[in-house]
Design a protein around this ligand. Structure first.
Ligand code: PMT
Length: 223
Protein backbone atom coordinates (compact mmCIF):
# COMPACT_ATOMS: atom_id res chain seq x y z
CA UNK A 1 0.00 0.00 0.00
CA UNK A 2 1.02 3.58 -0.62
CA UNK A 3 2.20 5.76 2.26
CA UNK A 4 -1.05 7.70 2.49
CA UNK A 5 -3.54 5.17 1.11
CA UNK A 6 -5.74 5.42 4.23
CA UNK A 7 -5.90 9.22 4.23
CA UNK A 8 -9.33 10.52 5.15
CA UNK A 9 -10.47 7.07 6.35
CA UNK A 10 -11.92 6.69 9.81
CA UNK A 11 -10.84 3.47 11.47
CA UNK A 12 -11.83 1.97 14.82
CA UNK A 13 -9.59 -0.68 16.39
CA UNK A 14 -10.07 -2.65 19.59
CA UNK A 15 -7.01 -3.95 21.45
CA UNK A 16 -6.11 -5.78 24.63
CA UNK A 17 -8.10 -8.14 26.80
CA UNK A 18 -11.30 -7.54 28.73
CA UNK A 19 -11.59 -8.07 32.48
CA UNK A 20 -14.79 -9.38 34.03
CA UNK A 21 -15.13 -8.53 37.72
CA UNK A 22 -15.69 -11.33 40.22
CA UNK A 23 -15.45 -8.97 43.20
CA UNK A 24 -13.68 -5.60 43.73
CA UNK A 25 -10.22 -7.18 43.63
CA UNK A 26 -10.54 -10.18 41.26
CA UNK A 27 -11.41 -10.67 37.63
CA UNK A 28 -11.57 -13.18 34.79
CA UNK A 29 -9.12 -12.04 32.13
CA UNK A 30 -6.75 -13.22 29.41
CA UNK A 31 -3.15 -12.77 28.28
CA UNK A 32 -3.64 -10.16 25.54
CA UNK A 33 -1.04 -7.40 25.86
CA UNK A 34 -2.59 -5.12 23.24
CA UNK A 35 0.56 -5.23 21.09
CA UNK A 36 -1.21 -6.45 17.94
CA UNK A 37 -4.00 -3.87 18.23
CA UNK A 38 -1.49 -1.08 18.92
CA UNK A 39 0.58 -2.15 15.89
CA UNK A 40 -2.61 -1.88 13.80
CA UNK A 41 -3.25 1.60 15.19
CA UNK A 42 0.32 2.83 14.58
CA UNK A 43 0.46 1.52 11.02
CA UNK A 44 -3.02 2.83 10.11
CA UNK A 45 -2.08 6.28 11.46
CA UNK A 46 1.20 6.15 9.49
CA UNK A 47 -0.85 5.49 6.34
CA UNK A 48 -2.96 8.58 6.99
CA UNK A 49 -6.04 7.16 8.74
CA UNK A 50 -7.97 8.90 11.48
CA UNK A 51 -7.71 6.20 14.18
CA UNK A 52 -9.76 5.50 17.31
CA UNK A 53 -8.15 2.84 19.49
CA UNK A 54 -10.36 1.25 22.15
CA UNK A 55 -7.95 -0.29 24.62
CA UNK A 56 -8.97 -2.93 27.14
CA UNK A 57 -6.46 -3.03 30.00
CA UNK A 58 -3.37 -2.22 27.96
CA UNK A 59 -0.23 -0.74 29.52
CA UNK A 60 1.53 0.45 26.36
CA UNK A 61 2.24 4.09 25.44
CA UNK A 62 -0.51 5.81 23.42
CA UNK A 63 0.43 5.84 19.72
CA UNK A 64 1.04 9.39 18.46
CA UNK A 65 -1.94 11.06 16.82
CA UNK A 66 -4.37 8.28 17.81
CA UNK A 67 -7.50 8.79 19.89
CA UNK A 68 -7.20 6.20 22.70
CA UNK A 69 -10.24 5.22 24.77
CA UNK A 70 -9.58 2.93 27.74
CA UNK A 71 -12.20 0.33 28.74
CA UNK A 72 -12.29 -2.57 31.18
CA UNK A 73 -15.10 -5.09 30.65
CA UNK A 74 -16.62 -6.67 27.54
CA UNK A 75 -19.87 -4.77 28.18
CA UNK A 76 -17.96 -1.47 28.25
CA UNK A 77 -16.02 -2.42 25.14
CA UNK A 78 -19.27 -3.38 23.37
CA UNK A 79 -20.88 -0.05 24.19
CA UNK A 80 -17.85 1.98 23.11
CA UNK A 81 -17.40 0.03 19.85
CA UNK A 82 -21.09 0.47 18.93
CA UNK A 83 -20.83 4.21 19.61
CA UNK A 84 -17.59 4.73 17.69
CA UNK A 85 -18.39 2.50 14.71
CA UNK A 86 -20.93 5.04 13.46
CA UNK A 87 -19.38 6.83 10.48
CA UNK A 88 -16.24 4.65 10.49
CA UNK A 89 -14.95 3.15 7.22
CA UNK A 90 -13.54 0.08 8.99
CA UNK A 91 -13.68 -1.62 12.38
CA UNK A 92 -11.00 -4.11 13.41
CA UNK A 93 -11.64 -6.30 16.45
CA UNK A 94 -8.17 -7.34 17.65
CA UNK A 95 -9.21 -7.41 21.32
CA UNK A 96 -9.54 -10.70 23.16
CA UNK A 97 -13.06 -10.48 24.54
CA UNK A 98 -14.26 -12.68 27.39
CA UNK A 99 -17.09 -14.90 26.18
CA UNK A 100 -18.50 -15.10 29.73
CA UNK A 101 -18.71 -12.87 32.78
CA UNK A 102 -19.65 -13.65 36.39
CA UNK A 103 -23.46 -13.36 36.57
CA UNK A 104 -23.21 -11.04 39.54
CA UNK A 105 -20.13 -9.15 40.65
CA UNK A 106 -20.04 -9.06 44.44
CA UNK A 107 -19.68 -5.59 46.01
CA UNK A 108 -17.17 -6.66 48.65
CA UNK A 109 -14.19 -8.98 48.59
CA UNK A 110 -15.08 -12.68 48.76
CA UNK A 111 -13.66 -14.20 51.96
CA UNK A 112 -12.50 -17.72 52.68
CA UNK A 113 -15.23 -19.23 54.79
CA UNK A 114 -13.47 -22.46 55.71
CA UNK A 115 -16.11 -24.58 53.96
CA UNK A 116 -16.63 -25.38 50.26
CA UNK A 117 -16.04 -22.36 48.00
CA UNK A 118 -19.12 -21.01 46.21
CA UNK A 119 -19.08 -21.72 42.46
CA UNK A 120 -18.91 -18.70 40.15
CA UNK A 121 -21.99 -18.58 37.94
CA UNK A 122 -21.34 -17.25 34.43
CA UNK A 123 -23.45 -15.38 31.88
CA UNK A 124 -22.61 -15.11 28.17
CA UNK A 125 -21.32 -11.74 26.92
CA UNK A 126 -22.64 -10.21 23.72
CA UNK A 127 -20.63 -11.08 20.61
CA UNK A 128 -19.45 -7.60 19.60
CA UNK A 129 -18.14 -8.64 16.18
CA UNK A 130 -21.32 -10.52 15.23
CA UNK A 131 -23.41 -7.54 16.42
CA UNK A 132 -21.35 -5.17 14.24
CA UNK A 133 -22.12 -7.37 11.22
CA UNK A 134 -25.79 -7.80 12.14
CA UNK A 135 -26.40 -4.04 12.50
CA UNK A 136 -24.19 -2.90 9.62
CA UNK A 137 -26.86 -2.39 6.94
CA UNK A 138 -28.84 -0.11 9.23
CA UNK A 139 -26.09 1.69 11.17
CA UNK A 140 -22.99 1.73 8.93
CA UNK A 141 -23.61 0.64 5.35
CA UNK A 142 -20.45 -0.18 3.42
CA UNK A 143 -18.31 -0.47 6.54
CA UNK A 144 -15.48 -3.02 6.36
CA UNK A 145 -15.46 -5.31 9.41
CA UNK A 146 -12.37 -7.31 10.37
CA UNK A 147 -12.22 -9.99 13.05
CA UNK A 148 -9.34 -11.83 14.63
CA UNK A 149 -9.39 -15.46 15.65
CA UNK A 150 -7.14 -17.09 18.16
CA UNK A 151 -6.93 -20.76 17.32
CA UNK A 152 -4.72 -23.48 18.80
CA UNK A 153 -5.18 -26.13 16.09
CA UNK A 154 -6.54 -26.60 12.55
CA UNK A 155 -6.05 -22.88 12.04
CA UNK A 156 -7.42 -22.56 8.51
CA UNK A 157 -10.46 -24.85 8.77
CA UNK A 158 -11.50 -23.49 12.18
CA UNK A 159 -10.92 -19.98 10.84
CA UNK A 160 -13.07 -20.55 7.76
CA UNK A 161 -15.93 -21.87 9.94
CA UNK A 162 -15.60 -18.89 12.27
CA UNK A 163 -15.54 -16.43 9.35
CA UNK A 164 -18.78 -17.89 8.00
CA UNK A 165 -20.41 -17.81 11.43
CA UNK A 166 -19.38 -14.24 12.22
CA UNK A 167 -19.94 -12.90 8.70
CA UNK A 168 -17.12 -10.31 8.79
CA UNK A 169 -15.24 -9.29 5.61
CA UNK A 170 -11.79 -10.45 6.75
CA UNK A 171 -10.71 -12.77 9.55
CA UNK A 172 -7.10 -12.74 10.73
CA UNK A 173 -6.43 -16.21 12.08
CA UNK A 174 -3.40 -16.37 14.33
CA UNK A 175 -2.16 -19.48 16.05
CA UNK A 176 -1.98 -19.14 19.82
CA UNK A 177 -0.70 -21.37 22.59
CA UNK A 178 2.87 -22.58 23.07
CA UNK A 179 4.08 -19.02 23.62
CA UNK A 180 2.59 -17.69 20.40
CA UNK A 181 0.78 -14.41 19.62
CA UNK A 182 -0.25 -13.37 23.14
CA UNK A 183 2.28 -10.86 24.50
CA UNK A 184 4.93 -11.48 21.82
CA UNK A 185 6.41 -8.87 19.45
CA UNK A 186 5.82 -10.99 16.39
CA UNK A 187 2.95 -12.90 14.92
CA UNK A 188 2.10 -15.19 12.02
CA UNK A 189 -1.35 -15.56 10.50
CA UNK A 190 -3.60 -16.42 7.61
CA UNK A 191 -5.99 -13.66 6.61
CA UNK A 192 -9.21 -15.19 5.27
CA UNK A 193 -11.56 -13.17 3.09
CA UNK A 194 -15.32 -13.64 2.80
CA UNK A 195 -14.61 -13.82 -0.97
CA UNK A 196 -12.70 -17.10 -0.36
CA UNK A 197 -9.21 -15.54 -0.44
CA UNK A 198 -6.45 -16.67 1.94
CA UNK A 199 -3.36 -14.49 2.49
CA UNK A 200 -0.49 -16.13 4.37
CA UNK A 201 1.56 -13.77 6.48
CA UNK A 202 4.87 -15.32 7.57
CA UNK A 203 6.25 -14.82 11.09
CA UNK A 204 7.42 -11.26 11.56
CA UNK A 205 6.82 -8.10 13.59
CA UNK A 206 3.18 -7.40 14.49
CA UNK A 207 3.48 -4.27 12.29
CA UNK A 208 4.01 -6.49 9.23
CA UNK A 209 0.77 -8.37 9.86
CA UNK A 210 -0.94 -5.03 10.52
CA UNK A 211 0.28 -3.63 7.18
CA UNK A 212 -1.02 -6.75 5.39
CA UNK A 213 -4.43 -6.19 6.98
CA UNK A 214 -4.40 -2.55 5.79
CA UNK A 215 -3.34 -3.61 2.27
CA UNK A 216 -6.46 -5.81 2.08
CA UNK A 217 -8.72 -3.19 3.69
CA UNK A 218 -7.33 -0.49 1.41
CA UNK A 219 -7.94 -2.78 -1.57
CA UNK A 220 -11.60 -2.99 -0.55
CA UNK A 221 -11.80 0.81 -0.25
CA UNK A 222 -10.24 1.36 -3.67
CA UNK A 223 -11.49 -1.69 -5.52
O1 PMT B 1 -2.64 -8.38 22.40
P1 PMT B 1 -1.49 -9.27 21.96
O2 PMT B 1 -0.69 -9.78 23.15
O3 PMT B 1 -0.64 -8.62 20.91
O4 PMT B 1 -2.13 -10.59 21.29
C1 PMT B 1 -2.88 -10.46 20.12
C2 PMT B 1 -4.08 -11.42 20.07
C3 PMT B 1 -3.58 -12.85 20.04
C4 PMT B 1 -4.99 -11.20 21.30
C5 PMT B 1 -4.87 -11.02 18.78
O5 PMT B 1 -4.02 -11.17 17.67
C6 PMT B 1 -6.14 -11.87 18.61
O6 PMT B 1 -6.13 -12.96 18.09
N1 PMT B 1 -7.30 -11.31 19.07
C7 PMT B 1 -8.59 -11.99 19.07
C8 PMT B 1 -8.59 -12.99 20.17
C9 PMT B 1 -9.93 -13.62 20.37
O7 PMT B 1 -10.63 -13.25 21.29
O8 PMT B 1 -10.33 -14.49 19.47
P2 PMT B 1 -11.74 -15.27 19.49
O9 PMT B 1 -11.56 -16.38 18.56
O10 PMT B 1 -12.15 -15.58 20.90
O11 PMT B 1 -12.78 -14.20 18.93
C10 PMT B 1 -13.01 -14.03 17.54
C11 PMT B 1 -13.35 -12.59 17.21
O12 PMT B 1 -14.59 -12.22 17.83
C12 PMT B 1 -12.33 -11.54 17.65
O13 PMT B 1 -12.26 -10.54 16.67
C13 PMT B 1 -12.93 -10.99 18.94
O14 PMT B 1 -12.54 -9.64 19.14
C14 PMT B 1 -14.42 -11.10 18.64
N2 PMT B 1 -15.29 -11.30 19.82
C15 PMT B 1 -15.17 -12.40 20.61
C16 PMT B 1 -16.03 -12.60 21.67
C17 PMT B 1 -17.02 -11.63 21.93
N3 PMT B 1 -17.85 -11.77 22.95
N4 PMT B 1 -17.11 -10.54 21.15
C18 PMT B 1 -16.28 -10.37 20.09
O15 PMT B 1 -16.38 -9.38 19.36
Amino acid sequence: GGADDLAGRRIVISAGGTREAIDPVRFIGNHSSGKQGYALARTAAARGADVTLIAANVSLPDPAGVDVIPVTSAAELAETVQERRVGADAVVMAAAVADFRPSSSVGSKIKKSGGEPDPIELTENPDILADLVRTRAERAPGQTIVGFAAETDDVVSNGRTKLERKGCDLLVVNQVGRGRAFGTDDNQAVILGIDGSATEVPRGPKEDLADQVWDLVSGRFHG
